[in-house]
Write a protein that binds this ligand. Sequence first.
Ligand SMILES: [Fe+2]
Length: 144
Amino acid sequence: MHVFICQNCGHIEFSSAPHRCPVCGFQKNQFKQNDNVFEESAASSPEGGVKHVPVVKVVADCKLIPEENCIDILVRVGETLHPMEDKHFITFLDLYVDDKYVSRLLLSPDMYPGAVFHLKTPGSKVAVVEQCNLHGHWINEASL
Ligand SMILES: [Fe+2]
């Protein structure tokens, strides 16, 4: 899988770089290809996987929007909760359906590293990319 990273906001696109970054609007030439970005994060923090790999859970019955076919995507980082401190925190969670970007949640040290996405678009799998300000990008997937 080809991986293209926005040098301005850290957003990742798969397969090809977009005309403009869907998160920050930067142009295609601001994307840098690095197909090994997730392996590099794992290699730079070998014991860090348990704190960085997003735990992604799909819940079919949404309690907030029960009148529609809303699917809840629950995310936490990670199996052992990642710290959220001024010097070390998770900066965002990006959600993808079938490798296509859907939404970003920005995080700050005032929040826990978790989210619920209320998904409308159907698909066969979701992926979540998180960025740690010190330890880079990490990804995990779940079937829909
Ligand atoms: Fe970290």
